[in-house]
Design a protein. Structure first.
Length: 324
């Protein structure tokens, strides 16, 4: 997939291709069978030159706006909390607040829903799941990856909490998790997860590590480097204080391009997992099942009408424009 993206867009970031071929690329996006037909979207995310970004979304907004029930009883807004300055997923400077914000807001107005939402941003990931959501100060945290709960014995206590204390919606946005090293680092040649044994692997503080734990990559098998931010993880790879940066593909590509180091790093071609960002709610929330059902109904309708892709592609186009 990286090779296809490089040939088509001169960038290793293949998230746009994955978004346009989500149903086809259900497994490892680097394992594509010969003869597979892929849609290559335009650079700005449009599926063809005749389509317009936001066209489906604007049509759906108008349809649902006209059908809103003005006499409905008041229901308090569903409250979401997310990390601050997390582009392109959540950022007040971006169109509609970023991908995850727009998807949640829209889901609560689709699938038979008619509910408002409020979004709050903080710069402390841990506080979202340690305090704000468990106490009911916020309903959902946006957004987290959920571990494989069948592998509880491999998970750290922090990762296991996602299974025992929280419930999650359907996938809102799938990402490809990649492993980035310097081109001359010994771990650049890793073909299996066992090849990462003894590596120094960087994830930002408070970010999920279950994708490593599920493969047996936890301390002391590997050394976890916990940087303050994802950009700090990218810098740690360049500085040699970490061997591997574990991140979603578009974030990793953006960071190394911003650092002027795109030609210094290698993206592992063998080990890629597709994981999903979901909205997480505490099991103790008395409205948990109702709210999850609402978001799920909305996300399902958005997938069926094409509005999901419209929101995602227009949000990414807005993000890319902001970086020019």
């Amino acid at each position: 997939m990286g090779s296809i993206a490089k040939a088509a867009y001169d960038s290793f970031d293949y998230q746009n291709i994955f978004n346009a071929n989500r149903d086809t690329l259900v497994g490892n996006p680097n394992e594509i069978a010969v003869g597979t037909s892929l849609v290559l979207p335009c650079l700005d995310g449009r599926l063809n030159f005749d389509s317009e970004l936001n066209a489906i979304s604007e049509k759906e907004q108008a349809k649902h706006r006209d059908s809103r029930n003005a006499n409905a009883l008041y229901e308090p807004p569903v409250k979401f909390v997310t990390i601050d300055d997390w582009a392109p997923f959540a950022d007040e400077e971006l169109l509609g607040g970023g991908i995850m914000t727009r998807l949640a807001q829209t889901a609560l107005r689709r699938g038979g829903n008619d509910r408002d939402s409020e979004f709050f941003s903080i710069n402390d990931s841990a506080a979202q799941i340690d305090i704000l959501v468990p106490t009911g100060a916020m309903d959902f945290t946006s957004a987290w990856m959920v571990p494989d709960c069948a592998k509880l014995d491999l998970l750290s206590p922090a990762s296991a909490r996602m299974c025992t204390e929280f419930d999650a919606t359907l996938p809102a946005y799938e990402v490809a998790i990649t492993y980035v090293t310097l081109t001359d680092n010994a771990f650049a040649a890793a073909k299996t997860y066992d090849d990462f044994i003894s590596a120094r692997m960087c994830r930002p503080e408070g970010w999920e590590t279950h994708m490593l734990e599920e493969q047996g990559l936890s301390e002391p098998t590997v050394t976890m480097v916990r940087a303050r931010t994802s950009m700090d993880c990218a810098q740690a790879v360049l500085d040699g204080t970490a061997d591997v940066f574990v991140a979603e593909i578009e974030l990793a590509v953006d960071h190394f391009e911003d650092l002027g180091a795109a030609d210094q790093v290698a993206y592992n071609q063998s080990l890629v997992e597709v994981s999903a960002f979901r909205y997480i709610i505490a099991k103790s929330n008395p409205r948990a099942r109702v709210y999850i059902a609402m978001v799920n109904r909305g996300l399902t309708e958005m997938r069926e009408t094409g509005e999901w892709y419209d929101i995602v592609s227009s949000s990414l186009a807005d993000f890319n424009k902001s970086r020019q």
